[in-house]
Design a protein around this ligand. Sequence first.
Ligand code: SER
Length: 431
Amino acid sequence: MNYFEIKKNFLEFFEKRGHKIIPSSSLIPQNDPSVLLTTAGMQQFKEYFLRKKIPEQDFGTQRVTSCQKCFRTTDIEEVGDERHLTFFEMLGNFSFGPVKSDDPSDFSTGGYFKRASIYWAFEFLTQHMDLKIDYVTYFGGDSEIPEDLESFNILKELNLPIKSSGREDNFWGPTGNEGPCGPTVEFYINGLEVWNLVFNEYYKYPDGSLKKLEFPGVDTGMGYERLLMVLEKKENVFETSAFDTIYKILKPFIPQEYINFKRDQRIILDHLRAIVFLISDGVLPSNILRGYVLRRILRRLFLKLKQLNVPKKSYNILIQKTCEFYSKSWPEVENYKKVIEVFEEELDKFNLILERGIRLFNKNIDDFKNKEKRARKAFDLFSTYGFPLELTKELLKSNDILWEKEDEDEFLKLFEEHKKISKKLFDDEVE
Ligand code: SER
């Protein structure tokens, strides 16, 4: 089984157990203004958890399953290591209350809860995927929310090592500033958190207060690329069947002297895929909100392609092949011409900024090595030449220069002062 087959296997496993397979929603959230981009499988179902929408009416069942397109901006800086991605796919199964039966051998269409969720996750991983689970974790309780003893007792039946932790690791949600949330059970394989089972028992309000939900629900999420990593016994997500086809296309374009620059190559792979999915879902580069997220990803991609001297003639081939490969699973990314159009337009705009920024960085490298001057220099590049801080950070990293917390603080201070001055100038003009 490979990238295309394993997700099908997952969805069919749950389909057999009374779930309706629901297509992924767009990366642009349709009914959740509190978040810029879709970050979790449960987002398109938020109203079903609250019973503002009735799953039985819309789906003919209280159980659904999906493979959701997700994008997490929080992980941008981590991309390039073994497992972090911006765009990723998330497999999930969901139950919207009220609970009708929590028996894992009940394959009907009623709502279920902790027992069925935990047993099915265990069955899927160990019997269907033949994986060995290292350990599981559950919510150990804190001053506000009691320990999840129900999950603990179910987990004991599975004879797995059990660990507990607090709000930080074993409590999930909400997305944005309010919504369903609850304690979690997490399955770990080869040291990786692979599957997160969220038991939505609470509603969190913007002021942080919690209310018990009338009907508890289930929201599970398994990062697809991580599952592939453990199944295909790979050291990192980029070697799995989710990426290896594109990696094989990229590799011949990487000049020999950069062949060991793995982190940069992984960033190229991640960002290439991310822009294909963002643009195909209708995001366009701009200076605000999700348009800015795309601009940032595009610019970092340009920088990496340039740093590794990847020939320009390969850009369109890379985009076309990326679209072709993923469109077998996601027909919406078929239109590579559209992606190329946005890519080229943005590249033209950025080339000027980029070339000037890199030239100035190299010319002033001694100042960047100097702790006293570093933040000010980075700020000058940004404010005078439009060169984004994240790219300066990339250049620093490539030159083994640390960007420390003091540098960040100093930069932010300069930025705030700059904002005040520009505002004043603007106000003066208005008057
Ligand atoms: N919402 C949870 C997550 O994103 C489980 O699906 O991890």
